[in-house]
Design a binder for this molecule. Structure first.
Ligand SMILES: [Zn+2]
Ligand SMILES: [Zn+2]
Length: 352
């Protein structure tokens, strides 16, 4: 089988590998779609604290496929079932796992991070993933491509659920990548009265506005805080999300918040970065400042339902599709920052 393998900083290469054999308590999945995430690109550019400097790894944690082989102790999963996975597998016994937060487990394993993921034609689903509820059967209405994109949406759902968005709210989304697109769609689905998107590339802003923005702010030409205040009649926004790794966005988002505002710093910053925040504003205005990372099994289930019922159209964030032979080109393309979401289709002659 073919696998697109991370071979250390800066290198992805197509390799011919033996098709894995599932152990007695494992499942083998034929991967049909795997989308490239900012995290994959971050690993290719500079590694990851869970990927050693000399490790080779099949990346890819946003994937879907079909069960093709199961170990003899596996009963529920049978060949032919269409599936997708929640990538972060909790240890199952720590305080976070016991509370249902597999994504907050300090000893997590994850597909495409420290175990081989979706950028290959066949992927093993390990026993802890099966017992952790990380394998999902996908509804027949979903294409493989859509199913692969449930994962990034589930990370957005994780952030979204504590922001308590209502139709009274004005929402600010900072960034113009696929995650920003999904938040715009969530804001629309939850009926937010005004949805403002901020970006520094006019073309990209115009492209992303269709996902649900009522207003766009081009940060390369105007002062972001002044413009958001103008657009909201001087009131500010109730909810703000920072979806790009630029430190200044966090201060701008905080400055744009109205009383009782809620904010999620969704995009992580380079290690060691410190940002100054007006904590008196947090105090006197009752601001709730939050962060989130990854998704739990229940966030994933929630996201799957939003896609199945058509409330979120994950297909709308896809701009480029590649076959397995072009896997290296797919990465080069994604690394160039052009387009929104790039999806890889590992099976021969199978695109979308
Ligand atoms: Zn991801
Ligand atoms: Zn744990």
């Amino acid at each position: 089988m073919k696998a697109a393998v991370y071979q250390g900083q800066g290198t992805i290469a197509l390799e011919e590998r033996d098709r894995p054999r599932p152990k007695d308590d494992e499942v083998l999945v034929r991967v049909h779609a795997a989308s490239i995430c900012g995290t994959d690109l971050k690993i290719v550019r500079g590694g990851h604290f869970r990927v050693g400097a000399n490790d080779t790894r099949v990346l890819g944690h946003e994937l879907s496929g079909e069960v093709v082989e199961v170990g003899r102790h596996v009963s529920f999963w049978t060949p032919g079932k269409r599936v997708s996975v929640v990538p972060n597998i909790g240890c199952g016994h720590c305080e976070m796992c016991r509370r249902g937060f597999n994504n907050m487990c300090p000893d997590y394993d994850a597909f495409g991070i420290n175990i081989d993921g979706g950028f290959q034609q066949y992927m093993l689903v390990t026993q802890p993933a099966l017992s952790g509820g990380n394998l999902f059967e996908i509804p027949s209405a979903l294409s493989y491509e859509e199913a692969s994109l449930v994962e990034p949406l589930s990370c957005c759902v994780n952030a979204w659920k504590d922001l308590d968005v209502t139709p009274e709210d004005r929402v600010l989304v900072m960034g113009t990548g696929p995650i920003a697109g999904l938040f715009l769609q969530l804001a629309r689905a939850y009926g937010a009265r005004q949805v403002i998107v901020v970006g520094r590339r006019a073309g990209r802003l115009a492209e992303i506005a269709d996902q649900g923005a009522t207003d766009t702010v081009d940060s390369s030409t105007v002062d972001v805080v002044e413009e958001v205040m103008r657009l909201t009649g001087g009131r500010g926004v109730d909810v703000a999300l920072t979806c790009a790794p630029a430190p200044e966005l966090q201060g701008q988002a905080m400055a744009c918040l109205a009383r009782l505002g809620r904010m999620n710093v969704f995009s992580g910053l380079a290690k060691g970065t410190r940002v100054e925040l007006d904590t008196n504003k947090i105090h006197y205005w009752g601001i709730r400042l939050m962060g989130s990372t990854g998704s739990s099994v229940s966030d994933y289930a929630h996201a799957l339902r939003l896609v199945e019922t058509g409330k979120i159209r994950v297909r709308d964030i896809v701009t480029h599709r590649f076959g397995m032979d072009d896997a290296v080109a797919a990465f080069d393309h994604a690394l160039s920052g052009k387009g929104m979401k790039t999806v890889l289709f590992p099976q021969e002659g199978h695109l979308a």
